[in-house]
Design a protein around this ligand. Structure first.
Ligand code: HEM
Length: 147
């Protein structure tokens, strides 16, 4: 199996853990909140947060490192993003992925200052959800859309 194929498999696994976690939090956990007492929900959220802080740095490292490794193959297209549909869509996908990282750094900074209130936390999750839907769509569209 080629190195590129290994990177792609690592990328795909890391992507489904990362995207799956955010989708679970937005589509499932937010709805469960209505049926669970606030104290119990808070305990669950603390537990999930603790687990996420153990697991996610590794998942994010694999996701971005494998992405960068694969992007090397497309460096010519990335150097001239307006020259073709593939380069443009991949550039937008990478820009969205960098914005996802920005969300994490922003959330960590707010948490460090004790200013990560529930409303902001929810808005960050919703924005991450939209970013990820866009990233997954672009990841496939860049191979199938052309102009
Ligand atoms: C939130 C971060 C990211 C997510 C959720 C994500 C998700 C995905 C998904 C689902 C695919 C399709 C894989 C397949 O169908 O086999 C993909 C492909 C790809 N991603 Fe990412 N990605 C992310 C970040 C990045 C970054 C930072 C880069 C580059 C610096 C990158 C470069 C690529 C490339 C080059 C492909 C095409 C691989 C191929 O099919 O040959 N990704 N990504």
């Amino acid at each position: 199996m080629s190195a590129y194929a290994l990177l792609l498999i690592a990328h795909l696994f890391a992507a489904f853990v990362f995207v799956g976690t955010v989708f679970f939090e937005v589509l499932v956990l937010e709805r469960v909140r209505r049926h669970v007492p606030a104290r119990a929900m808070r305990a669950v959220e603390i537990g999930i947060g603790r687990r996420a802080r153990q697991l996610m740095p590794w998942v994010v490292a694999v996701l971005y490192a494998s992405g960068a490794g694969m992007a090397w193959r497309y460096r010519d297209a990335l150097a001239h993003p307006l020259a073709g549909s593939f380069g443009l869509l991949l550039t937008i996908k990478i820009a969205l992925a960098l914005s996802v990282l920005g969300h994490f750094l922003f959330a960590m900074r707010l948490r460090g200052r004790g200013r990560l209130v529930a409303g902001t936390f929810r808005r960050i999750h919703l924005s991450l959800f939209c970013h990820m839907a866009g990233i997954v769509l672009l990841a496939k569209a860049m191979f199938h859309l052309g102009w």
